[in-house]
Structures are given as C-alpha cells and as structure tokens.
Design a protein around this ligand. Structure first.
Ligand SMILES: Cc1cc2nc3c(=O)[nH]c(=O)nc-3n(C[C@H](O)[C@H](O)[C@H](O)COP(=O)(O)OP(=O)(O)OC[C@H]3O[C@@H](n4cnc5c(N)ncnc54)[C@H](O)[C@@H]3O)c2cc1C
Length: 423
C-alpha cells in the first residue's frame, strides 16, 4: 500500500471535483486517509443552475465555488489543479497533463460527462452546449448579442431580420433553456429596446423523438409541451436535426434560418472511463459493482455521470446531481470501512425525483410514480435544488437573486462579456 509519508495513511486520489468527487472528498475529510483531489477547473460547478447563468438570472460566482475554499477545513485533503490524461491501474498512477503523476491506493474517478455531437464535433462552434461556466457565459453572450445586433440593425437601416433562438434537443436542458429564453424575451427584456420587440422573438425546440422529456411519463411530457407553448415556445417533435451551420440548421431536408443555435442533446462520459474498462456502454459509461468499484479492481471506484449501475433494489441510477452526491458519500464510507477492516455496503439510491423547470413559474416533476406540473412542481424543484446547493453563502446569494428577478424585471447578470462583436 502506498501510504502517505508522514502518517502512514492510505492514499486516495479523486479525479473530478463535481458532485461525485466533491462529496467523496467531504466524506473522507479529516479521516485516517490522505486525499488528493484533482480537477482541471479550480471550482465546483452547480450544473443545475447553469441555464440561469446562460439566461442572465444568476452570475457565475453564484453557482461556482472554489474547490480549495469548500475543502479548506479538510486538513487531509490536497486540491490540485490539473488535467488528468491517463489512469494506470497496474502501476497505481494517475498521470497529469504536462508530466507529473499521483500515486494511489484507492482511486475515485468522477470526471463526469459532456455532450456528444454524434460524430459531428464541428457543429459545436455554431451550436454550443451547456456544461461549464464558460459555456454558460458564451451562451449568454450570444443571446444578448443577438438582441443588440437586431436593435443596431433597426437603428441603422429601419429593419431587422427576425430573431430565432433554436434549441436542439428536448430533454431537461433543452426545455429549461427554451423556457428561460422565452422568459427573458417576453418579460425581462420586453421594455429595454426602442426599436425591436423582443417579445416577437421565435424560440423553438427541435427534438428527434416523438415527445419532449422522453424519460418522463407521457402525461408529464404533454404537460411540459403545453407549458412551453403557453410561454410562446414552438415545440417541434419528431424533428431530427441533420446538419448545423452558422445561421441555419437542417431539419430533415429543410434548412431553417437561426440567429442563435444551442445544443442540448447527447451525452458522452469522460474518455477516462475507457482506460478502466473495455465494457463501457455507447455513451462511454463504466459498469460498476454494487459497491461502485470496477469489476477488475476493487480499489478503483467510478461514480456519477461516468458510472453505469443499478442500485441495490435493481433500479437504474440516473445521471443526476443527487445520485452523484450520494455515490460520492457511499464511496467515501466504503473506503473508510476498508481502512477499519469492516465489510463494504452496497450503494442504495434515494430517488428525490426528476424535475425540469419551464420559465420562472412552471415545471414538471416526477417523484417515483407521482407526477406534478406547474407552480407546485416549480416549488418542488426549488426546494430540492436549494437543498443540493453547498449551503451558507451560495444558498443565500441564489435565493436573493431569484427573489429579485421574480419581483422585478431586472437581471443583474445581463452583461455581454468576452468578444462583443465577433463569435
Ligand atoms: C445543464 C445541466 C443541467 C443539469 N440539471 C440538473 C438538475 O436540474 N438536477 C440534477 O439533479 N442534475 C442536473 N444535471 C446533471 C448533474 O449536474 C450531473 O449528473 C452531475 O454534475 C454529475 O456529477 P459528476 O461528479 O459525475 O460530474 P460533474 O459534476 O460534471 O464533475 C466532473 C468534474 O470532473 C472534472 N474533470 C473532467 N475531466 C477531467 C480531467 N480529465 N481531469 C481533471 N478534471 C476533470 C470537471 O472539471 C468537473 O469538475 C444537469 C447537468 C447539466 C449539464
């Protein structure tokens, strides 16, 4: 065992400071192990609120917290900023970009997932997806820039082309983005411009399958569609996008002009998964044992969006923040059981439900067999997600901004940053 020099404690390396990795580190804080958490970002991102940064409700600082700060009281946890390029389970080493390696006795891999462009990575430039704070501020820039460009055109020429925000994918992210864009266009920005009328902007979802939110019951999918349409969002189902270019998308055989195109479909787990298992699924997720370790190595755990598992009761565990959090805690507890010489306990998932917001006041929520829509579902979403927020300052900051945005038209985060003119 590669014990740490000072105290002879087992070494744990955690890859990724997202929901899974961070909660594994918290579970091991100030315990009898030496922990190194490595992430290519210096912050933990609260992804469920990214769409609110992308649509100017919240600022990046309200949904991202420096990892070093979150873990500052955990004296046995070292945070390292770096990109993990390779995992070697034989030599027990994690390799970092630019050289450097970390030795481990236990490895927890929680590097998450990104969107998949189904073999068309070149579409990303014209249809960015939403995964990181940088993605959110880029999307915010494109949305705000589109309104500004239209006003400028109207001022200079007396006319401006129709605004069309097209969202590819009708899963939770697509539905949330479409609802939030409708909310800015129809409400928050409705009186900001002199010449253009933001309320007339076209906002549409293009979903390849027959319904939006296909993982929910049919009744909730229908309710989501209805709620989107009430906000003025055009919902196109059975509409597969076959090409993306600057300023247009191809749906079936038809080219449709767009002002801003956003990508909200497809999941690809971190490529690190394929270094651990030859049995990954099509999305690159690694099958794990009931204790979340991989089949060939009981000291290597894969958790969160990278893991493919059914829980102790046989239910598939979804790619949700709450699941990753629970897996992080369960992994930490099993490592500590090993250290004490106790038997490991299989992971059991506590399903807090799946939810998607639709604008400011609406949502759909599925909790077990129960389905909720509208304002009740929106309150349930707020309750579950505020509980997921780290606590303390960030919870208060988010609540304050939500209340402010709710009772005023103001969006304190409505700034265009980065390159204002170019793409
Ligand atoms: C837009 C959006 C909205 C969502 N909404 C909800 C919601 O409303 N409710 C909900 O429950 N879930 C939601 N989710 C899903 C939820 O955020 C994920 O299930 C959860 O974040 C998974 O946690 P994770 O630890 O597996 O990965 P992540 O939280 O993605 O963390 C992965 C970490 O690994 C780091 N990393 C990746 N590769 C490397 C590398 N090679 N080297 C070093 N570091 C690396 C990343 O920087 C990141 O910090 C949403 C996701 C998105 C993208």
């Amino acid at each position: 065992m590669k014990t740490d020099n000072l105290n002879g404690r087992p070494k744990v390396v955690i890859v990724g400071g997202g929901f899974g990795g961070l909660y594994a580190a918290k579970g091991l804080a100030n315990k009898g192990v030496s922990v190194t958490l490595v992430d290519r970002k210096n912050h933990h991102t609260f992804q469920p609120l990214l769409y609110q940064v992308a649509t100017s409700v919240l600022s990046p600082g309200e949904i991202a917290t420096p990892l070093r700060h979150v873990l500052f009281k955990a004296k046995n946890v070292e945070v390292i900023l770096g990109e993990v390029t390779s995992l070697d389970t034989k030599t027990r080493k994690v390799l970092l970009d630019g050289g450097g390696e970390l030795e481990f006795d236990y490895l927890v891999v929680a590097a998450g997932a990104r969107h998949s462009y189904f073999g068309h990575d070149e579409w990303e430039r014209d249809a960015p997806g939403l995964k990181t704070v940088e993605d959110a501020t880029e999307i915010r820039r494109r949305i705000l820039q589109a309104f500004e460009a239209a006003e400028r055109e109207a001022h200079l020429t007396g006319a401006y082309p129709p605004l069309h925000f097209a969202i590819i994918g009708g899963g939770p992210t697509g539905v949330e983005l479409a609802g939030a864009i409708a909310d800015i266009a129809r409400r928050a920005m409705s009186q900001d411009f002199r010449l253009i009328d933001p309320t007339r902007a076209r906002i549409s979802i293009f979903e390849g399958s027959p319904r939006v939110l296909g993982m929910y019951t049919e009744r909730l999918s229908d309710s989501a569609k209805r709620q989107l349409e009430e906000l003025g969002v055009e919902v196109n189902t059975a509409s597969r996008v076959t090409a993306v270019e600057q300023g247009r998308i191809k749906v079936g055989e038809e080219w449709i002009p767009t002002t801003v195109t956003l990508w909200a479909t497809g999941v690809a787990a971190s490529p690190l998964g394929r270094m651990l298992s030859a049995e990954t699924d099509r999305a690159g997720r690694v099958p794990v044992q009931p204790d979340l370790s991989i089949r060939d190595d009981k000291n290597v755990f894969v958790i969160g969006d990278m893991a493919l598992l059914t829980d102790a009761s046989g239910k598939p565990v979804p790619g949700l923040a709450a699941a990753a959090q629970q897996e992080g805690r369960a992994t930490a507890a099993n490592i500590l059981r090993d250290v004490r010489g106790a038997a490991r306990v299989p992971f059991s998932y506590w399903d807090k439900g799946s939810m998607a917001t639709i604008g400011r006041n609406r949502a759909v929520a599925q909790v077990g067999r129960l389905g909720f829509s509208g304002y009740v579902a929106r309150m349930m979403w707020a309750f579950v997600h505020v509980a997921l927020l780290g606590g303390g300052r960030s919870r208060l900051m988010v609540l304050r901004e939500w209340l402010w945005a709710r009772y005023t038209r103001e969006r304190s985060a409505r700034l265009i940053t980065g390159n204002t003119y170019g793409r």
